[in-house]
Design a protein around this ligand. Structure first.
Ligand code: NDP
Length: 326
């Protein structure tokens, strides 16, 4: 079977992604052949493409998609031909019309969730699940700071916080994004294009206390402000680097701000067994099918236009989730 897919042979700007025709064989033991109906764009795709996260070349791209199982290899019993599935973990290669992949990452999509929503939410939504349930259990009535609140992960996070009854403080670039974040569960949203001192604003909102936890995926540009927003013994969850990696820092910076904690979590480590993966997906599916979290697909591109979508995501032009249709 011949399929079209993006591959790249060296890291670099969006132009390194090449549209190629590949020959797919049959799935081997533990593998499945999935025909994609929708594919998710994630910021990690940019880290892979740019070389921030080093890869072996040539490589495919993309970690999130929805589709239909066309065939399974030996030993695969949890999915079968014809099943509607989605995934947000595994090996790179989602930017393709179809692919063969390890079947252990596939999850059956519930009836109430469309393929487009599935492709837009698996990686981002399971990230929110582990961040709020397992990295730090967010509680009712607690203030929480979440950077980049109008993005793909951000809009899911705001609604999840509201569902739990926590008070979300978000940050976003520009008035339109601020409005959007507010419409998606964040009680207070700071426009960090206008406000230089996020920590001062957070302290004001929390009546001087600071927040017990910060979720920061912006990295370099917000690192210091995030630390300064924490209450003594608070937890800094640094889970991304959209503005660049966090600069090296001395442990003394944690002591001087009141014995802070820092963690650098990844979805892979929180879904390392099939049991953990299924539990995370179940919690996400429940949030979405109950209506507590609505998945906002705010940009849709033909798969072939993925390089332009990368430029738009890097250029901070997107909000919510972005998908590709093959
Ligand atoms: P987003 O849709 O949130 O896009 C990134 C956003 O970051 C932009 O829209 C922009 O919003 C903000 N941003 C701030 N500074 C910059 C900058 N210099 N360049 C570009 N963007 C900037 O992406 P995703 O929802 O895909 O992912 C959000 C973050 O979460 C990413 O950093 C990603 O790597 C991380 N992540 C981490 C995971 C983990 O397990 N560790 C798993 C999933 C995601 P604004 O204009 O409002 O500032």
């Amino acid at each position: 079977m011949k399929v079209n897919a993006f591959v790249f042979e060296k890291p670099g700007a969006a132009g390194v992604m090449k549209w190629r025709t590949l020959e797919l064989g049959d799935p081997g033991p533990g593998e499945a052949l999935v025909r994609h109906t929708a594919i998710g764009l994630n910021y990690i795709d940019i880290y892979h493409r740019s070389g921030l996260y080093p890869l072996q070349f040539p490589s495919g791209l993309g970690l999130e998609a929805a589709g239909v199982v066309e065939a399974v290899g030996k030993g695969v019993t949890h999915v079968k031909k014809g099943d509607r599935v989605a995934y947000g973990t595994g090996t790179l290669g989602a930017y393709s019309e179809a692919r063969i992949m390890p079947a252990q990452h596939l999850l059956k999509l519930p009836n109430g969730i469309s393929d487009e929503e599935g492709a837009a939410m698996m990686l981002k939504g399971m990230t929110v699940e582990y961040l709020f349930n397992r990295t730090y259990k967010v509680k009712k009535d607690e203030w929480v700071l979440f950077q980049a609140a109008a993005g793909g992960v951000g809009l899911i996070a705001g609604q999840w916080l509201a569902a739990v009854g926590a008070h979300g403080i978000g940050t976003a670039g520009g008035p339109k994004k601020v409005k959007l974040a507010k419409e998606h569960g964040f009680e207070q949203v700071i426009d960090y294009k206008k406000t230089q001192n996020i920590a001062d604003r957070v302290k004001k909102i929390t009546k001087g206390a600071g927040v017990p936890v910060v979720f920061d995926s912006v990295g370099k540009d917000t690192w210091a402000q995030s630390l300064n927003s924490l209450a003594p013994r608070g937890l800094m969850v640094s889970f991304g680097n959209a503005s660049g990696p966090v600069p090296e820092f001395g442990l003394g910076e944690l002591a001087s701000r009141g014995s802070l904690y820092v963690t650098r979590p990844s979805l892979v480590a929180y879904t390392s067994t099939r049991q953990e993966l299924e539990k995370s997906a179940r919690a996400l599916f429940k949030m979405v099918t109950s209506g507590a979290v609505k998945i906002e697909v705010n940009q849709t591109y033909p798969l072939k236009e993925a390089p332009q979508a990368h430029r738009d995501l890097e250029g901070r032009k997107t909000t919510g989730s972005t998908i590709f249709i093959p």
